[in-house]
Design a protein around this ligand. Structure first.
Ligand SMILES: Nc1ncnc2c1ncn2[C@@H]1O[C@H](COP(=O)(O)OP(=O)(O)OP(=O)(O)O)[C@@H](O)[C@H]1O
Ligand SMILES: [Mg+2]
Length: 485
């Protein structure tokens, strides 16, 4: 059963035999164990319903007890901090745990003992209380807002969980465990860090004094099975016709910008689009934190590098974009444009490196243009706005807008052609568009993805690459024929 279901399931557990702890004297008084009266329904900490997440529950006491056990086990291991998860280590811990548990002199149900052992293992070999959230495939994001407020994203929706750390120091310990193997550090002087978990999940941590309400961790979980184009079609994020159109655009070497808000699915869509690139083309990918998973063989992956401890040696996306142009790329895929690299990318697109792909942060295709202007100015070249606009208009062929709707659905809300300049204005033409029709009583947004009826001006380019897309794909009504959808 997924953790989320367990988190949500408030039904009491059937009563089980109580595993009575030994009557041996405890070495030190352990934290009070969660009360278990024989015959009484015993809810595990994890079965706390989400609505009750703010209530202090048995969970707090279980946490304290697990940390008490961890202290003693660690002392018995000679304070060996780095334990690698392996069957041998687990066996060793099981043995030590049994001893320490006896010393604790507490009375827990067998389920609770199991739970306690898992918590101890997560503490000693994993990332503490959030390990269970990281293990759950139904959870896509874990957000620790201080020690006692942990949110998750599941099915596109944010929820508060009953999971807690013991205190801020406990959160710091987990941050340290994440970044230490990477040779990174975090302290009051430089209180933020980007890192990755061993499985590739993206982590950001920021601590006081900059994080005012306590140490904060944000983890975008790395999905082992990256979403494929068929998944996006199956979820209704795009129609099969939109997918076919986008494939034609990528193969025909159009320059494409994926635009969207935070967590809207930009990188996922960029990954899908990049996988349309033909196998025989040399691809260079450039990312802040490598997230793309390309199926092609001929791929060179570049990743930006943070500064060393002395503040030197930082390699930014911009440096990598400039460098990539000397690598004979046939395609440059930039994970996200955030600054001056935008101008370098536009110039590359305008000077023969067509077929490039990137993402940026904007809420509509029109906003994406404004954002590209601003970011191009960050390059510090002092170019007049009109010149930048012309660069954008001639470099970018389409903007694909990705949106996360308020009910958690993620959709391609616009596929928009950049047609050129008219006077001082960049002309945009929507080719596909999301129509919001309303909301069901359950709060699900009802919407429809439709072509606008306009054929893109670059259709001849698609045709020269062998894509003869039927007019119906663009919503043209052919007399006597039914529409594509
Ligand atoms: N079309 C989709 N349908 C359902 N889930 C999706 C879809 N696209 C992306 N996701 C999921 O949404 C989460 C965020 O996706 P992604 O990392 O692509 O977003 P992003 O816009 O790049 O985020 P950020 O702004 O943080 O870089 C991931 O867990 C991903 O699996
Ligand atoms: Mg992203």
């Amino acid at each position: 059963m997924s953790l989320l279901k367990r988190l949500g399931g408030g039904s009491p557990q059937p009563s089980e035999p109580v595993a009575t702890a030994s009557t041996m004297a405890a070495v030190a008084p352990p934290p009070q164990a969660p009360a278990v009266a024989p015959g009484e329904p015993r809810g595990l900490p994890i079965s706390t319903p989400i609505d009750d997440a703010a209530q202090p529950t048995d969970q707090q006491r279980m946490l304290e007890l697990s940390l008490w056990c961890v202290d003693r086990i660690q002392a018995s291991l000679g304070n060996q901090n780095e334990l690698k998860r392996s069957p041998e280590t687990e066996k060793l811990l099981q043995e030590r745990f049994a001893r320490v548990y006896q010393q604790a002199g507490v009375s827990l149900s067998s389920e609770q003992v199991k739970q306690l052992f898992t918590m101890v293992c997560d503490e000693l070999m994993g990332f503490g209380p959030i390990q269970q959230l990281l293990n759950d495939d139904a959870i896509s994001e874990v957000m620790v807002n201080g020690y006692d407020k942990i949110y998750i994203e599941s099915k596109g929706k944010l929820q508060l969980t009953p999971v807690r750390f013991a205190n801020d120091e406990h959160v710091l310990k987990v941050i340290d465990r994440i970044i230490r193997p990477l040779g990174r550090r975090i302290d009051r002087k430089w209180p933020m860090v980007d890192a990755r978990l061993p499985d590739g999940s993206r982590v950001n941590a920021i601590i006081p004094p900059c994080a005012i309400d306590g140490s904060t961790i944000t983890i975008r979980k790395f999905s082992k099975n990256k979403l494929k184009v068929d998944d996006l079609v199956r979820f209704g994020s795009m129609t099969p016709e939109m997918a076919e159109f986008l494939r034609a655009c990528v193969v025909s070497r159009l320059n494409i910008v994926v635009s969207g808000g935070t967590g809207s699915g930009k990188t996922t869509l960029l990954n899908v689009l990049s996988n349309f690139i033909p196998e025989d083309e040399r691809i260079v990918t450039i990312e802040d934190s490598a997230e793309l998973q390309l199926a092609q063989d001929h791929v060179v992956r570049l990743e930006a590098k943070p500064a060393e401890i002395d503040g030197t040696g930082r390699v930014q996306i911009r440096d990598l974009v400039i460098n990539s142009l000397r690598m004979r790329p046939e395609r440059v895929v930039i994970g996200e444009c955030r600054g001056g690299e935008t101008l370098d990318m536009l110039q590359a697109m305008n000077t023969g490196h067509d077929g490039s792909l990137t993402t940026l942060h904007a809420n509509t295709p029109r906003d994406a243009l404004a954002r590209m202007e601003t970011m191009s100015m960050m390059a510090g070249m002092d170019l007049p706005l009109k010149v930048i606009r012309e660069q954008i208009a001639s470099a970018i062929d389409i903007i694909v807008q990705q949106t996360r709707l308020e009910d958690g659905q993620r959709k391609v809300s616009f596929i928009t052609e950049v047609q050129g300049m008219e006077g001082d204005t960049v002309v945009l033409q929507d080719i596909f568009k999301l129509d919001i029709m309303g909301k069901t009583p359950e709060g699900k947004i009802q919407c429809d993805l439709k072509p606008t009826g306009v054929r893109p001006r670059f259709t001849p380019r698609l045709e020269s690459h062998g894509f003869k897309l039927p007019p119906s794909i663009f919503g043209a009504q052919i007399p006597g024929q039914k529409k594509g959808w």
